[in-house]
Design a protein. Structure first.
Length: 679
């Protein structure tokens, strides 16, 4: 009997391996249309004549998995840098232990491996420029804007076997949008919009950051029209579907799948779409799937539909659905702070929260396929770097050179991502122009991870050398790795310079440097200080779809120790120095469970690992220092606004480039801390 069971087990494992191989070759996740990777790429339709940005992997080794050790060693190989280049790498080598301290941070190893590939490509390009290689193509490249602000095709009628493709040269940022005008047609009217990234090193298939599938006649789960949103990656396969309207067991589902559907609902937890908010917008508009008694009129644009049939159809009640076969649809997919929002004919329809490691900056292509006649596609609000030839105030924007270990009143580290060019320029033109910053009493540096796109990295490298205010990070910039940037800020504030206070903020936060210094002087605490909007009684987010989700394994306790909100907090030098010291020794970690019920077990069941929420992590580290004897002082500053702006602010968060310039102008003209717009 044991032998029989063993044979069955071996046979089952063999079948699983065969199935897994088949899925990897042709992933299954969408039964209504073809596989996402069945496209013919032998002659892809490119909208940019210069071609696609270089892939992150080496074409000669594309089918091979590159070892982490090899890529990490390339990141820290000694290179012949100039003094100007070294200014952007002052924390780089201090982070060479990241790979061994990556436990607990999602995508950490992948981010370092991807950075190794990106760094090698960037250094090869830098070396070519250094050696003075010139030819017609490189000269032409230098004259063109590598990261265009918008792309459009006003006659988008041609499909190839894989659908319609639009290359996005430098990714998407908050505020970017993709507008598609088309008419669902064909037998079913099913079509899909995929936002795709670049494949990971050694992986042939790219991730799908957003899969937006429109099914006007339903699918195996429902007969009613439905929109399905999802993601796909090699490591995680298809994620959990988000359906609009959300599925509910009623009499409308097909009888042939009743048992399947009920079992499906028992095993998969669905959120009720209209109860989930993304950027304060419904995940699924409540009107989708509800009875719609409005009549069709001739004002709707039709594709060969007779007026008589419109009148007949309009006389019937139907469920509202934003897409209809034969009728024109104007779809706008916008990039928000928390997720993607789809508007159809001026009405919000769906939202989709970003998923871990699948963020908008990764998008390198928009692909549209299925039963839809495209009329035009426009991508706007794309990340665009500053044209240095037209920067008239360049000298005023360059950072003040800082001798090594220069004493400072305050060092401010700013989180930014590689393609957020406009945000960094707005900071340079506004609060980085305070007298204390220009004089060198306060230093400001942007902390930026590498991008998977070589174009973006080349633009970032040029920007860093031009302004001298950017610190490059030896990893690709996933949100789950921002704790590493906090460590880097502490390193710069205590090792590159010698600051009395060290501050962390974001590139969409406006900091009143003069009032911040005045507040710190009034407090007059130079040891054990945590200053900011202190939260003393917060609980971990246990909802899985939350951007800040923390599992019981990651943090078993019901509450966090006191911590300060990330848009703007300050620590004294001794705390920053201890953070750096413990990172260097490999002791800068947080308690994490080794198994599910460990929060009921003894502490011996816990192990030490890193924590992915950087502002909470700082609070945890400080609480540990307090247990070990440090006298900690928590100073709450109510004027740090982490969700917008209020008059009299010290820090105002969620300020775009226009709001930044407006706030600065009001300070200069009226000497008043007044907010701009509705925020």
């Amino acid at each position: 009997m044991k032998k029989w069971y063993g044979g069955v087990l071996i046979a089952s494992l063999f079948m699983l391996l065969v199935l897994r191989y088949g899925i990897m070759k042709n992933p299954i996740g969408d039964t209504s249309i073809t596989s996402p990777f069945s496209f013919n790429t032998s002659n892809p339709l490119e909208w940019i004549n210069s071609g696609a940005p270089p892939a992150v992997q080496n074409p000669e080794t594309a089918s091979q998995v590159i070892s982490a050790d090899t890529l990490v060693s390339s990141l820290f190989t000694q290179r012949n840098f100039s003094n100007e280049e070294l200014r952007s790498l002052q924390t780089w080598n201090h982070l060479n232990h990241l790979i061994s301290h990556s436990q607990g941070l999602p995508n950490a190893v992948e981010a370092i491996k991807e950075a190794g590939v990106a760094w090698d490509s960037l250094m090869a390009s830098v070396e070519e420029d250094r050696l003075g290689y010139t030819n017609e193509s490189s000269n032409h490249k230098g004259k063109e804007k590598q990261c265009p602000y918008f792309l459009n095709n006003m006659n988008a009628t041609e499909f190839d076997d894989g659908g319609y493709k639009l290359r996005i040269p430098c990714g998407l940022i908050q505020g970017s949008s993709i507008t598609i005008i088309g008419i669902p047609n064909g037998i079913l009217g099913n079509f899909r919009i995929d936002l795709r990234g670049e494949p990971l090193p050694g992986e042939p298939d790219p991730p799908i950051i957003l899969h937006y599938n429109v099914r006007p006649h339903g699918d195996k789960i429902t007969e009613d029209p439905v929109i399905v949103q999802n993601t796909w990656s090699v490591s995680h396969d298809w994620g959990e579907e988000e359906r609009c309207p959300s599925p509910v067991p009623d009499n409308n589902k097909k009888g042939v799948v009743d048992d399947f559907f009920l079992a499906y609902l028992e095993t998969v937890q669905y959120d009720i779409g209209y109860l989930v908010l993304v950027d304060e917008l419904d995940q699924c508009n409540k009107i989708v799937g509800k009875n719609d008694n409005q009549k069709f009129t001739a004002s709707r644009v039709s594709n060969g539909t007779r007026r008589s049939s419109m009148a007949q159809e309009g006389s019937k009640d139907r469920r509202y659905f934003p897409f209809k076969q034969g009728y024109l649809s104007v779809m706008t997919l916008r990039v928000g702070a928390e997720g993607f929002q789809m508007t159809v004919d001026g009405k919000h329809i769906t939202s989709f929260a970003y998923r871990e490691s699948l963020e908008p900056w990764l998008v390198s292509e928009v692909r549209i396929s299925g039963d839809v006649k495209l009329i035009s596609v426009l991508a706007s609000g794309l990340p665009m770097s500053e044209d240095l030839e037209h920067v008239t105030d360049l000298e005023a924007l360059r950072s003040t050179p800082l001798p090594p270990h220069k004493p400072l009143d305050l060092f401010i580290g700013v989180f930014s991502t590689a393609n957020n060019f406009k945000r960094r320029m707005a900071v340079r033109r506004t609060w980085m122009q305070y007298a204390a910053v220009r004089s060198g009493a306060v230093a400001v540096r942007f902390f930026v991870g590498l991008h998977k796109n070589q174009m973006v990295n080349e633009e970032l490298w040029t920007e860093a050398q031009t302004y001298g205010d950017t610190q490059l990070m030896p990893f690709v910039d996933y949100y789950s790795l921002i704790t590493w940037k906090t460590i880097a800020i502490c390193i710069f504030g205590t090792q590159a310079v010698s600051a009395k206070y060290v501050m962390k903020t974001d590139d969409d936060a406006f900091v009143r440097v003069d009032e911040l210094l005045a507040s710190l002087n009034r407090i007059n605490l130079t040891h054990g200080l945590l200053y900011g909007l202190i939260n003393s009684d917060s609980r971990p987010h246990r909802t899985t779809n939350s951007k800040w989700y923390i599992s019981p394994e990651e943090w078993p306790e019901e509450t966090y120790p006191p911590w300060a909100h990330g848009p703007g907090y300050v620590v004294s030098r001794d705390i920053a120095k201890t953070v750096y010291k413990r990172h260097k020794e490999g002791h800068l970690k947080c308690l994490k469970c080794t198994h599910n019920p460990c929060f009921h077990a003894r502490k011996q069941a816990w192990k030490l690992e890193m924590f992915k929420l950087e502002d909470v992590a700082m609070g945890i580290w400080i609480a540990q220092m307090k247990k070990e004897g440090l006298e900690v002082r928590y100073k709450k500053e109510e004027r740090v606004y982490n969700e917008g702006c209020k008059d009299g602010y010290v820090v105002a968060h969620y300020q775009g480039p226009r709001e930044m310039l407006c706030l600065w102008q009001k300070l200069q003209e009226r000497n008043e801390a007044r907010c701009c717009g509705d925020r």
